[in-house]
Design a protein around this ligand. Sequence first.
Ligand code: ZN
Length: 262
Amino acid sequence: MRRTWLTVDTDDIRHVPSNQGHPTRSNPDLTLPNLSERFKLGMKGFVAWMDTHDLPVTLFIIADQCESDEFVQLITELCADFGERISIGCHGLHHRSWSAWPEDSEEFSQDLAKSVSILEHHFPQYFKHWFRAPAGYIASWMIPVLIEQNFVLDSSINPSWLVNKKYGKNDSWKTVHSTAKKSNLIERPWKTRFSLPTCGPAQHIIGLRWNAKGAWKRLAKPLGISEINSVENPDIDLDTIYWHILDHARNDGAWIPPIKGL
Ligand SMILES: [Zn+2]
């Protein structure tokens, strides 16, 4: 039976590819803060939403966010408040759009090792070796590096023709997916509907959002607290969805993910 995995990325304003991490799209604004007011508003909204149900949620955190003591404090409080309902995966060190750059296994390996040591240090009971590629930029060459760094799960593939240019030079989402399938790494692609994206920005982009919201209204039952580790079980069919903490800052902090029954 198909189930749903709820995941949230903790990107702050400075992490978007138009600001950093992409070879051609980035135009850095160095005045952006380490931790933004908008992020803090988003966290408030997220916590308020968590108080309305009892489901587990996985956060994919960018390790450089831990340079802010206040960020670490916010996540530590979240973990204390919600306990087993929170698990933490890795969303890179600086949110680099890896597959948009030339292949560099050595750099990527170091990026992962540093990220893991930071996330394990701050959130030892909550960190899992689960990875999500920043901005969905993943290539086949990244899969063996993830395995070498002890990752057991990847959730980076957006299986839609619309984003095929994001994958490596000679890759598409299909080639990356088949590389992952041939490995020990379990791949949890993002939910699509009619081959179109439904996660992250797709919830807000005109032209995609009606389809995206329609998909989330029809989701299978989300995993419960005692079932969260079944994301690592290849026999369990999952629809994985994600949104951002920053989304919770929309509508003056009142936005919630449009999921059926929540
Ligand atoms: Zn991101």
